[in-house]
Design a protein around this ligand. Sequence first.
Ligand SMILES: NC(=O)c1ccc[n+]([C@@H]2O[C@H](COP(=O)([O-])OP(=O)(O)OC[C@H]3O[C@@H](n4cnc5c(N)ncnc54)[C@H](OP(=O)(O)O)[C@@H]3O)[C@@H](O)[C@H]2O)c1
Length: 332
Amino acid sequence: MSSNQQVLLGSRPSGWVTEANFKIVESPIPRPAEGQILVRNHYLSLDPYMRGRMNDTKSYAAKQELDQVMIGGTVGEVVESKSPKFKAGDLVQGMYGWQQYGCSDGTGVNKIDASRVPMQAYLGVLGMPGVTAWVGLLDICAPKAGETVVVSAASGAVGSVVGQIAKLHGCRAVGIAGGKAKCDYVVKELGLDACVDYKAGRLRDDLKAAVPGGIDCYFENVGGEILDAVLARMNAFSRIAVCGLISQYNATEAYGVKTFQSILTNRIKVQGFIVSDRPELWRKAVPDLIGWVAGGKIKYRESVADGLQNAPKAFIGLLKGENFGKQLVKLV
Ligand SMILES: NC(=O)c1ccc[n+]([C@@H]2O[C@H](COP(=O)([O-])OP(=O)(O)OC[C@H]3O[C@@H](n4cnc5c(N)ncnc54)[C@H](OP(=O)(O)O)[C@@H]3O)[C@@H](O)[C@H]2O)c1
């Protein structure tokens, strides 16, 4: 490899993001200065939050700047180290973005152990999405055994972990996902009690049938019509963890929720959260997740795009539901 391929944000989308919003460029491979490391990225994580960063609006995090490397989590190998904290050959997880090589002083870069799980698991089930599932379900919803937990985007990186943790805690777990294949996976592979295919055209009836005792906890990943249908089935004193609203990320007009009154009449506790606000919970969540994955109690699935040049297409696919499990880009 003689140069560093990078994907930059070329322009801000209005409505749906397109491949034309990205620029693919070749740059020289950076040379590490004293105290720095050079990392060859093996996998890039694609995540829905990146869509929000592409907008020029106020949010919980800084916007992605134009003509800069797109933000993103990566795992890879230290190929040159001028830092006493790392040596060549170390496998690391960091935020080097949409590029083949990253160079930094190692701040925010963690060594990873890939002896029991493949390195890319640290971008999914053992990384930010897995911890998000743990925090939203166990800290915010706090379900008790026997309660009914519903999760949307149930076959995805976050949702698949939510449903399985709910089962491990003795709950009745019901997924909502798009299409028969995803719903079959959620029930037959992940072991949830039921899954509603929201694309089948009977969302409200199918959800009603799947939760005969109502819903005690809802892990919200999508918003829109699904949120409306779920709110109508929530029990008194139920809880909602608002993790994401992916149906709205490319919308030019916000969906108006019609069943908001359920929050009052059912005294529902609704809390939005951003996983990075809770660093103290990562220390609890990661060992749990490693134990569950290594013990075969939590399964996961990946969609892997090949090569950085395919990252924009894969990212748009993720926002449209074309991924099936954690969306990654293989760079090596
Ligand atoms: N708060 C936090 O700290 C935090 C951290 C990580 C992720 N998140 C949020 O968690 C959610 C899931 O993220 P993820 O990384 O696990 O992605 P993911 O579920 O692996 O992939 C996204 C999925 O969203 C579903 N989807 C897309 N458009 C939809 C629509 N219009 N209606 C319903 N479902 C739609 C698709 O599944 P179907 O085919 O089933 O529709 C798609 O596969 C996102 O909203 C994300 O922003 C939040």
